[in-house]
Design a protein around this ligand. Structure first.
Ligand SMILES: [Zn+2]
Length: 206
């Protein structure tokens, strides 16, 4: 059922979507609809899929950040990896609970709020004669931007857009950013087409 809540005001300048490998072993493009959820899907969201882990080293984190923040300074220390995984796993658990319409664990909310309270990437108007402020994005600024995205995604008026894929055998969660609020699948190419094929077969058989 389409949600009547407003679309989550996700950070429009941060691209979403990434290659993702589920249990069939084939990588496919999963656009979760929000940078913070994409970040959550570099881990297993607390669902017991250790094979989903993509951030094994500070270099892995630096590479992921660069896909979202091209101005990243690339400086990722081991403590950044620890912080990033803390933030990511908190967002992951919030994602699962939001999709199940369950109450959030206040500790996860605290973690997101902690990072969201730090300086993020400042907005800038195009067309000026010089660039104000620093030229590059630090890892901490990237975390703050992701945390603030999570704040908007999980806020009371937007959280209805966080949904589980409608396919029975798929529990992936996305943010529906479509204007009409009618997104049903993790991916049209994957679960959407499978459902269409199933419906077609049923119609042929019936
Ligand atoms: Zn799906």
């Amino acid at each position: 059922m389409p949600s009547t809540t407003a679309a989550a005001p996700a950070s429009p300048s941060v691209p979403t979507g990434q290659w993702f490998t589920t249990r069939d072993g084939k990588p496919w493009w999963f656009d979760s609809g929000a940078p913070s959820l994409d970040f959550a899907y570099t881990g297993d969201l607390g669902l017991g899929h250790p094979e989903w882990e993509q951030l094994h080293s500070p270099e892995d984190l630096a590479a992921w950040i660069l896909t979202r923040f091209p101005d990243s300074d690339g400086i990722v220390h081991p403590r950044h990896l620890t912080d990033g995984i803390m933030l990511r796993d908190a967002i992951g658990r919030l994602t699962v609970r939001a999709s199940r319409r369950e109450a959030f664990d206040p500790r996860d909310v605290d973690a997101v709020n902690l990072f969201a309270a730090t300086p993020d990437i400042p907005p800038a108007l195009e067309g000026g004669s010089r660039r104000a402020g620093r030229q590059t994005t630090s890892t901490n600024q990237a975390f703050a931007t992701l945390a603030r995205d999570a704040v908007s995604v999980f806020s009371a008026d937007a959280v209805g857009r966080v949904r589980e894929c409608a396919a029975e055998d798929c529990a992936l969660v996305y943010v529906d950013t479509s204007r009409a609020g009618t997104r049903r699948w993790c991916s049209m190419q994957r679960c959407g087409n499978r459902a269409k094929v199933r419906k077609f077969r049923a119609a042929q058989a019936g």
